[in-house]
Design a binder for this molecule. Sequence first.
Ligand SMILES: [Cu+2]
Length: 483
Amino acid sequence: MHFAGLRNEEDRENVIAYLKQAVNAFPRHAPVSPEGTKLQQVNSTESVAAYTPDLTLTLKTGIAEGRLVFIGVGADIEGEVNPTLEVHKGEVVQINLVNGEGTTHDIFFPEFNARSEQVTTSGSSTTLALRATSAGEFTYYCTLPGHREAGMEGRLLVRETPREELAKARDIVRNPNDVPQPVGDRESKKLELGLEAVELEGELAEGTTYHYWTFNGTVPGPLLRVRVGDTVKLKFANDIDSDIIHSVDLHAVTGPGGGAAYLQVPPGEEKSITFKALIPGLYVYHCATPMVAHHIANGMYGMILVEPEGGLPPVDREYYVMQGEIYTQASFGKKGRQEFSVEKLLDESPEYFVFNGATGALTQDYPLHAKVGETIRIFFGVGGPNLTSSFHIIGEIFDRVHEWGGLRNRPVEGIQTVPVAPGGAAIVELELEIPGKYILVDHALSRMERGLRGFLYAEGKEKPAIYQTGASFESDDRHPIRR
Ligand SMILES: [Cu+2]
């Protein structure tokens, strides 16, 4: 059978049909991996029937952007150039290699010591199987002279978390871009808002899951945005699948428990309160069901912004970021499902510190992006439950800070680090002058080693008058200090 390249759905189906038939026809003479290699090729003396692959991935050789490459066929890697092959620890993966353009090729996984047979003519194919015995990042490439250098190289990623567990674990990260529209210049009005308590397994770190309690399925819960003078009906529901009672205490609410005295809601039920937003500011809300610290530590916090009359001054970008602590029995970095530790909670000694729910939330999932010259506003709060943040952006100075989240007073200006208490907030504004990567941190920097960091990428033109590296320089001072 001949494949000149996949042009349409029919071509694709033909390849798949061909491969299915080929799998049953191929002789297996692949090398056996030596003892002690981290990953192993499935023993080639086994018959095809002796292993059942957990997944099958197909790569086709081809030319893209003037380079020789592997191109993904089917499923998640369809059309991808040198796709990253993602498998889970313990899985057997079958790799089909199809010759797409007629030059002789093979595929080699050096860490597996596994090399396919050569495919010599257009349309020919071969197959090999590997067992991923340990997690990590590995490589694959074509061993024909010069082909790897010409571009035939990719990555094999073996994830620690088993496939079933990860499928159960949901992404609980709140996107920091998820900020409602400004209230603008409108009059005060009556409006309805809703929150729901949801308990769910979430991904805390790469290969690590945790049983979170959340508002609306993410950490933090949604940013609520109203205007001073608004009358708000807040409906609070507790998911039918929850195991326990939850509640909500909004610091913007004047009344018993900030609403929590009434809003204790069993699984599958809902209750409402109505409140008037009296004072503009950025306020934390959180679950207030005993043990309150436990509910907050598990992720039950968010913020409500009460804008002043006329609204906040417009900016180019707004972001929503909250800091929290997670108390697990095992030490930071342990893979698999982690259990909550009440002892560590009472000692105020968390294993993880997170921005927006998980390590990597603001570095891998949703790093912040902006352009030089833009104004940026960050609604920053601390869910905690216990530790004050010394919020800082490495390489930047906050132009304006609304301390403690208050909006009745003018902001303070030119600030390096902002202390933000648990159950507290700050609104920080900055303008970026220089392109590059900036890092959001709590300047209690040990916490960075426990997952707490975010990236802010600034794009734009350099401004050597403000910052340059390694430049020649003439001092105005006629008697400069010399070393
Ligand atoms: Cu709760």
